[in-house]
Design a binder for this molecule. Structure first.
Ligand SMILES: Cc1ncc(COP(=O)(O)O)c(C=O)c1O
Length: 402
């Protein structure tokens, strides 16, 4: 597609960046969905993945496909990475990265608050493969440094972290990881490439659930890992060919279409979240609100340093019993949907009880649990502020909060 040298702004990159399919006749304004599981080749190429390299022609869609290739090159351009790999979901991307970079006896340092699926993968599955995991509060550089061991191979952080929107200092943690001989991967799903560019700040990998803001419309699952070409070539073979979590070209097409509006959507998500945060912070039934763009956020200075868009996800806690307010909101909200997920055009709100998530996912005790409760109290409302008119959102919250 476009000539990347003439594109310096993300709004342009998210529409045009990336190499399009090589021969489709006259250039179409939208990319084709290359709905094929394999490609015919008069010249035989090797049958095993071990005989294929990055220069091999499209051969089998689990290895590569023109629609996926376009998505991958656009993601790499937006995150200022050498290369990107797409996966069937965010979890497929993250599990592939962990299983590729970590082997029996290796040590992983992990945010002790992160998407529940990642916390559960690290707690329930990685140890079965002999991988040792230390969950730490990655908002504390001292805690990250203290967790490093000679066999630490990977530090994985999520910033802002789901669901409380606690931040981690990417550049400082990259320095700690590298000094200890480890790599750093950053889940930037909530920030998006418009908010942070972890690779520019020193990370080795950035991962996204494409299901969220990047697709933006809640109609496709997808995931990606972005980083150095040489590393991702290994990941393609080990994880896509052998573990097989590849993205469908149809989903890739939906994600590419969603990406075309990523920049204006993120600007609007941010502007609406700013309005909603001010409303919630002043509401009698609200105890605390966390949104990185607000001076009320305990790490606002770090947010200003490392984020250029504060995204549309905010978290709040109730003054009274959170569970009762959650039931009331689920019943009364009319514009906002009471639903999981985040990053969709429409507003979504969901309540996460603290006792439940500490038990089922985070397994935190002592200082870790105490710090989580400082943010989340007895439960946190995760509010993905959508693109509705902010006056309607505030009116809906007002009538539902009562
Ligand atoms: C921060 C974060 N990372 C990863 C994931 C997993 O993504 P997916 O649902 O696409 O597997 C999620 C899902 O909510 C998420 O919020």
């Amino acid at each position: 597609m476009g000539d990347q040298k003439s594109m310096s702004h993300e709004a342009t990159l998210s529409l045009h960046a990336g190499a399009g399919p090589r021969s489709i006749g006259a250039p179409a304004s939208s990319p084709p969905v290359m709905a094929t599981s394999f490609f015919t080749h008069p010249d035989a190429v090797g049958f095993s993945a071990n005989d294929l390299d990055e220069a091999a022609p499209h051969f089998y869609t689990r290895w590569s496909n023109p629609t996926l290739e376009l998505l991958e090159s656009r993601l790499a351009a937006l995150d200022a990475g050498e290369a990107a790999l797409s996966f069937a979901s965010g979890m497929a991307a993250i599990s592939a990265l962990f299983l590729d970079r970590l082997t029996s006896g290796d040590h992983l340092v992990l945010s002790n608050v992160c998407y529940a699926g990642v916390a559960e993968l690290a707690h329930d599955i990685l140890p079965k493969h002999g991988i040792i995991v230390t969950p730490v509060d990655t908002s504390s550089l001292e805690a990250v440094a203290a967790a490093m061991r000679p066999n630490t191979k990977l530090v994985h952080i999520e910033t802002p972290a789901n669901p409380i929107l606690r931040l981690a200092d990417i550049a400082a943690i990259a320095a700690i990881a590298h000094a200890g001989g480890a790599e750093l991967s950053v889940d930037a799903t909530i920030a998006t490439p418009l908010g942070t560019k972890p690779l520019v700040l020193g990370a080795d990998y950035v991962v996204h659930s494409l299901t969220k803001y990047i697709c933006g419309h809640g109609d496709a699952l997808g995931g990606a890992v972005i980083g150095r070409q040489e590393r991702l070539a290994v990941l393609r073979k080990d994880s896509l060919i052998h573990l097989g979590g590849s993205l469908s070209p149809f989903a890739a097409w939906l994600i590419l279409r969603g990406m075309e509006t990523l920049a204006p959507r993120m600007a609007m998500h941010e502007a609406n979240a700013r309005r909603v945060e001010v409303f919630l912070a002043a509401h009698l039934k609200v105890q605390s609100v966390f949104w990185p763009g607000s001076p009320r956020h305990p790490q606002h200075d770090l947010a200003v340093r490392q984020m250029r868009n504060f995204s549309g996800l905010l978290a709040f806690t109730a003054k009274g019993e959170g569970g009762a307010l959650a039931r009331q909101l689920a019943e009364r909200l009319r514009v906002v949907s009471y639903a999981v997920s985040l990053g969709k055009t429409k507003s979504l709100l969901f309540y996460i009880p603290t006792d439940d998530i500490l038990r089922s996912s985070f397994h935190l005790e002592g200082e870790g649990a105490r710090s989580y409760r400082d943010w989340a109290a007895d439960g946190v409302f995760r509010f993905s502020v959508g693109l509705e008119d902010p006056n309607d959102l505030i009116a809906d919250l007002e009538q539902a909060l009562g």
